[in-house]
Write a protein that binds this ligand. Structure first.
Ligand SMILES: [Fe+2]
Ligand SMILES: [Fe+2]
Length: 185
């Protein structure tokens, strides 16, 4: 096994230096500024997803919309939880969570989407989820073992985005034929 651990005395001394950095110690292995920036991009993604799902929830109509809007509401709530987890992690790392609405859509991985058509809404949401899945997978791979806590946050988000994508695919598959035919358009 490789030689592990700095001796106790050195660890204790180091912990007393730069105490204003809170949980970030010199054992932190990632590029801190870049990690904060990446977390802020993900925060923007989550906030845009909350807005899109809320928009879809309040504007979806039609006889097939009932089960669909329930899903939109649940996803909106979960995306808000994701945003909160990211903001919390950014603050822990000593960064500033960026909630600036002026630059939100430009910083987000996923897009807003303002269709009024139920099938289009589900498709937009599915695309957004697939973008989040791809982005978060890359982020986890990029972080490697250099920042396990941030990596864990993204792993939890990723698992839920995959569930969301699966929910939406299932909705598309189950929509009655008259709606489903328009999927091919
Ligand atoms: Fe999310
Ligand atoms: Fe999602």
């Amino acid at each position: 096994m490789a030689e592990f651990l700095t001796d106790v005395k050195t660890l204790r001394e180091r912990a007393r230096q730069e105490m204003e950095k809170g949980p970030v110690t010199d054992a932190y292995g990632a590029d801190l500024d870049r990690v904060i920036q990446v977390c802020n991009e993900a925060l923007a993604t989550e906030l845009v997803c909350v807005l899109r799902y809320k928009r879809h929830y309040y504007t979806a109509t039609g006889i097939h919309s009932e089960a669909v809007v329930a899903e939109f509401a649940e996803h909106a709530r979960e995306e808000q939880e994701h945003a909160d987890k990211l903001a919390e992690r950014i603050a822990q790392l000593g960064g500033e969570p960026d909630f600036n609405p002026d630059t939100l859509t430009a910083r987000s991985h996923a897009e807003y989407g303002d269709s009024l058509d139920l099938v289009e809404m589900i498709k937009e949401d599915l695309v957004a989820e697939r973008i989040a899945v791809a982005a978060y997978t890359e982020i986890i791979q990029w972080l490697g073992d250099k920042d396990p806590t941030t990596s864990q946050v993204f792993k939890e988000l990723l698992a839920q985005e995959e569930e969301h994508a699966d929910d939406l695919r299932t909705l598309l598959e189950r929509l009655p034929r008259d709606l489903a035919e328009r999927r091919a358009d």
